[in-house]
Design a protein around this ligand. Structure first.
Ligand SMILES: [Fe+2]
Length: 280
């Protein structure tokens, strides 16, 4: 068993602008509200522009939602997306294209989760000064989503990793988060850095494997907290401890430090490296 926590950040950080996806106040989503238009609305940008706009404009002004409303709504929304994607290939393609954009209903719903009211997320903020970061489970249905609060110690970071799911949506609750993205150079078989972004506010960001891989760290002098929404849940992921050899990822098993506020006392596990060419 090897702790996947890696050495602290020890280099200068290039700061770039924070993705700004803030939007006007929104209302509580009820997937039933979208009626017959739902199969096309969820993830079909042209349809949204041409036909669903009228439906949206007729709805009450959007508003923030609380945690209970988020976890009540997510499974229905995600199942609806999955059913529609399975039925019509063009819907699947449109859903994939919309991920992480203003046309992404998951991005919208997650972005509406109210982080300012009572700092409710602090009840899940369990950290360990001996680790780079801790994973704290807030909610999951073990089928469509997992919501975690990650606590990042100052100057520490995750390994470079992938996301074997539809994607990961992230919001900063406290402090600063540095995301460094990579792509595999097929000629050199190295992971090449493509961007560095510091996120300092709670606007949501998104990544999936079609956008590259990333590591996340805390460049600040104070602890940082961030919400991570994985859809569907993932049990393990690839990690790269040596970016100069992308052909040799390891597999890390997802282990939570706490679940529903209760400590699990289980360290992350690093499996043996995958054989060259395997799992890529
Ligand atoms: Fe990630």
């Amino acid at each position: 068993m090897v702790d996947i926590n890696t050495p602290p950040l020890n280099r200068n950080i290039v700061r770039r602008s924070t993705m700004n996806l803030s939007r006007s106040p929104t209302s509580i989503i009820n997937v039933d509200d979208y009626g017959p238009a739902a199969p096309m609305f969820f993830g079909h940008i042209p349809y949204v522009a041409a036909k669903a706009t009228k439906s949206l404009l007729s709805k009450p002004a959007p508003a923030a939602i609380n945690l209970a409303e988020l976890i009540d709504t997510l499974p229905s929304l995600l199942r609806l997306q999955k059913e529609n994607a399975a039925r019509v290939m063009s819907i699947r393609v449109a859903q994939d294209e919309a991920r992480g954009t203003s046309a992404d209903p998951i991005m919208d719903l997650f972005g509406r989760l109210d982080l300012s009211c009572g700092e409710w997320w602090k009840q899940y903020a369990h950290s360990d000064p001996m680790k780079n970061y801790t994973r704290n489970l807030i909610a999951t249905d073990d089928e469509t989503f997992t919501l975690l609060l990650l606590c990042w110690n100052s100057g520490k970071e995750s390994p470079i990793h992938d996301h074997p799911c539809d994607g990961c949506w992230v919001r900063v609750c406290e402090g600063k988060i540095l995301e460094t993205r990579y792509e595999i150079d097929s000629k050199t078989d190295k992971l090449e850095m493509t961007s560095e972004t510091v996120f300092e506010d709670s606007a949501p960001t998104f990544i999936n494997d079609s956008m590259g891989y990333h590591k996340i760290g805390n460049p600040g002098c104070e602890p940082a907290l961030s919400l991570h929404l994985y859809c569907p849940p993932i049990k393990e992921c690839k990690i790269w401890l040596d970016p100069s050899d992308a052909s040799l990822p390891s597999t890390a098993v997802m282990c939570n430090y706490t679940e529903y506020g209760v400590k699990k006392n289980v360290d992350p596990i690093l499996k043996e490296p995958i054989n060259r060419g395997g799992g890529q």
